[in-house]
Design a protein around this ligand. Structure first.
Ligand SMILES: [Fe+2]
Length: 444
């Protein structure tokens, strides 16, 4: 005999699986269902006999418009009495994010309901939901980020297509809202049947409509980003079928992620793509001269083009910021080698490639990141690639500054011998560059 907090007896149970209802009892401890079935031998602190009434999981209202009525009366009786326990609000128009002019505009309510008065004390959508919860609501609540709201926030009521910058700003707002959900979901504790706590994580992807994409294109683009996002932290909870099915799940995800990696870099930032290919070619030229073995050549050939892959998780406003980065922005930027290595490790077990992606910002004197590796602690292909990466970055024009002249860049490499760069490799690298430049001049 077991004892529970609550037993609901003699219910007609709809278990949410879509199967036929069945008669039985439900035992609950705290907020968790502990047992379902014939519990006539068990007892509870509180028992409710429902005499054959239907017992079902709460219904979800996917298109709730209670954004203002819940401010007026948080009891939500019109929903609760129909069995709705979760209200999903904000489809099209949501209560956030708000800017100052929206706050001024909407003092009489976002839906124009003149009878409900309130002050807009929040800015983001998450703050609105928290504000509402603090006032007290009986249902669970969540919200879409309204597409019209993002547009009003960025473009206002002008009747024109958004500029590229405005579209990016809208995507950033959508991403910020998703990040908040992601943080909240990560804190939820899910316990499986064996009472093992499982990690929870959601992956997000955003795509914007530019006036030509089909719905299918948009979903594919958002899905590409979602899979990449998923690859960053490839935590897979053990599937019910055991480790084998978890492994196969991972493989399917990886194949798709791999296909999208390079495509996604390209979309995000064409500078990164050009620079990565350029640095790879320079490093391979020297590597062949120095007769690197096949494994070392592969590390550069495969790892080089994707070495900055981790920038995919650096927010646009930091990645494209023209001026100096703040300390926290720099920290975020400096996460990219680790992020890139995590993504790469999810799709290949080729260690030398993962190593190159992870350590391409190490310095010969140990003052680099993320590992503060020194001298030969950094693998040979990575040490060589670091040189090519720096040279290519210095000589390539970027949106916010012109590249250095070849002479200045060579000086920088020579000055960095023994501190930033492997001294011997730097000599070989500079010799190769000077030979190539000389050949170009001779041809011209
Ligand atoms: Fe980098």
């Amino acid at each position: 005999m077991s004892s529970y907090d609550l037993i609901i007896r003699n219910g007609l149970i709809y278990d949410g699986s879509g199967g036929a209802p069945f008669k039985g009892d439900i035992a609950i401890n705290g907020d968790r269902i502990e047992a379902i079935g014939d519990l006539s031998a068990d007892t509870a602190a509180r028992e409710i006999d429902v005499n054959g009434l239907a017992v079902a999981p709460g219904f979800i209202n996917m298109l709730s418009w209670s954004v203002e009525s819940l401010i007026e009366d948080g009891r939500s009786q019109s929903e609760i009495r129909q069995g709705v326990t979760l209200e999903v609000m904000g489809e099209g128009t949501s209560m956030g994010p708000m800017n100052d002019s929206m706050k001024a505009e909407h003092t009489r309510g976002i839906l124009g309901n003149a009878r409900i008065h309130y002050d807009i004390e929040w800015t983001t959508l998450g703050e609105y939901l928290e504000w509402l919860e603090k006032r007290g609501v009986s249902t669970n609540i969540t919200s879409f980020v309204g597409s019209s709201t993002l547009r009003e926030h960025t473009v206002g009521y002008d009747d024109r297509p958004p500029t590229d910058d405005e579209l990016e700003a809208m995507k950033t707002l959508a991403r910020q809202a998703m990040e908040r959900v992601r943080r909240a979901v990560a804190e939820i504790e899910v316990v499986n049947g064996a009472r093992i706590s499982l990690p929870t994580r959601i992956s997000c992807g955003v795509a914007a409509f530019r006036g030509v994409e089909s719905p299918r294109d948009l979903i594919a683009e958002a899905e590409d980003h979602m899979y990449l996002d998923k690859a960053v932290a490839p935590t897979v909870a053990p599937a019910p079928g055991g480790p084998a099915s978890a492994e196969s799940l991972l493989k399917v995800g990886n194949l798709k992620a791999l296909r999208n990696l390079v495509k996604a870099i390209d979309r995000r930032d064409s500078y990164t793509r050009f620079h990565s290919d350029h640095a790879t070619q320079l490093a391979l030229t020297v590597a062949r001269e120095l007769q690197f073995d096949e494994d070392q050549l592969n590390a550069i050939a495969i790892g080089g083009p994707i070495h900055d892959l981790g920038k995919i998780v650096v927010p646009d406003e930091i990645l494209r910021k023209p001026g100096m980065l703040t300390a926290s922005e720099r920290r975020s930027m400096e996460e990219h080698p680790v992020m890139g290595a995590a993504i790469t490790a999810a799709v290949t077990d080729y260690d030398t490639v993962v190593n190159l992606v992870r350590h391409h910002h190490e310095r010969f004197d140990g003052n680099g990141y993320p590992g503060h590796l020194k001298c030969t602690e950094i693998t040979l292909p990575t040490r060589l690639f670091t040189l090519a990466d720096a040279y290519s970055a210095m000589t390539t024009d970027r949106p916010y500054r012109k590249g250095l002249t070849f002479e200045r860049a060579i000086d920088e490499i020579v000055n960095g011998r023994g501190t930033q760069f492997d001294p011997d490799l730097a000599v070989a690298f500079v010799a190769m560059i000077e030979r190539e430049l000389g050949a170009k001049e001779a041809a011209a």
